[in-house]
Design a protein around this ligand. Structure first.
Ligand code: PAF
Length: 262
């Protein structure tokens, strides 16, 4: 589909729809850096390890297409049957980047991400594919998938876009009540405040303690990790880049965020 022979560049933004300003920022970046922009909208069933989460994932195709407007040249919104005429059977080993944190907490999730992103990138063959850094670990997994599957598209990470209250934008935010939405802002606040500490143990203790104080929060995990390998960090000074990765249930909604310490 990509017009590589013409020398024109194609940027792709893979999404699961329920678009928000974070997605639109990816589309704008793709538009600024490429001749054509391709957006896919597909709620990928094989990356959900929780049937209720899949069922309740917001689906707002008409509104998504309206929001995209003229900012993309192609919108691809296939059905599950078109993408998976038979259930996919691929089993990948993406190594450590896929086994820690989200990989451990959501078994099968990254395999499902690998399955769909590989198909999309092989079908569309974009020069560049744009992903948001809220899903920082997902970007590492997609890079590894591209390496293993010899996909030449360049993976472009893009900064997290936040609500005015600091909450990282996510399609799942739509499922929060007004009160939960306000409470969820504490995730970013606590991560930012944890930057006052320079010792790994103190940071983890602070975050876990503060999250525990917020009514309605249930911490899934907070993990300090090397920003390149995603391996756990216990000694901040021993790593060039260190990030904190958090997953919190706000009521029944599972939200993720991250922070960069160095
Ligand atoms: O980040 C997402 O929205 C999804 O995981 C992706 C990359 C579109 C694959 O379904």
């Amino acid at each position: 589909m990509c017009d590589a022979a013409s020398g024109r560049t194609l940027g792709m933004v893979p999404t699961m729809g329920a678009l928000h300003e974070g997605h639109l920022s990816l589309i704008r970046r793709a538009r600024a850096e490429n001749d054509s922009v391709y957006v896919s909208i597909f709620v990928n069933p094989v990356q959900f390890n929780n049937a209720e989460d899949l069922e309740k994932y917001p689906r707002t195709l008409d509104e998504d297409v309206r929001l995209i407007g003229d900012s993309a040249d192609y919108v691809f919104a296939p059905s599950v049957e078109e993408v998976f005429p038979v259930p996919p059977t691929e089993v990948y080993d993406f190594g450590t980047v896929a086994s820690v944190m989200e990989g451990a907490s959501r078994p099968g999730h990254f395999n499902g991400v690998g399955v769909i992103v590989r198909r999309l990138l092989e079908w569309v063959r974009p020069h560049k594919a744009y992903f948001g850094e809220k899903d920082y670990q997902q970007i590492a997994v997609i890079r590894e998938m591209c390496r293993q599957c010899r996909i030449l598209s360049e993976v472009i990470p893009c900064p997290i876009v936040r609500e005015p209250n600091g909450l990282a934008m996510s399609s799942r935010n739509r499922r929060l009540s007004r009160e939960e939405f306000e409470t969820a802002a504490n995730i970013h606040r606590i991560l930012e405040e944890s930057k006052q500490f320079s010792n790994a143990g103190e940071i983890s203790h602070f975050v876990e303690n503060e999250i525990g104080k917020v009514p309605g929060f249930k911490l899934d995990y907070f993990q300090l990790a090397d920003s390149a390998t995603l391996l756990p960090v216990t000694d901040m000074a021993a790593h060039e880049g260190v990030m904190g990765f958090i997953t919190v249930y706000v009521g029944s909604i599972r939200l993720i965020d991250n922070v960069c310490y160095r």
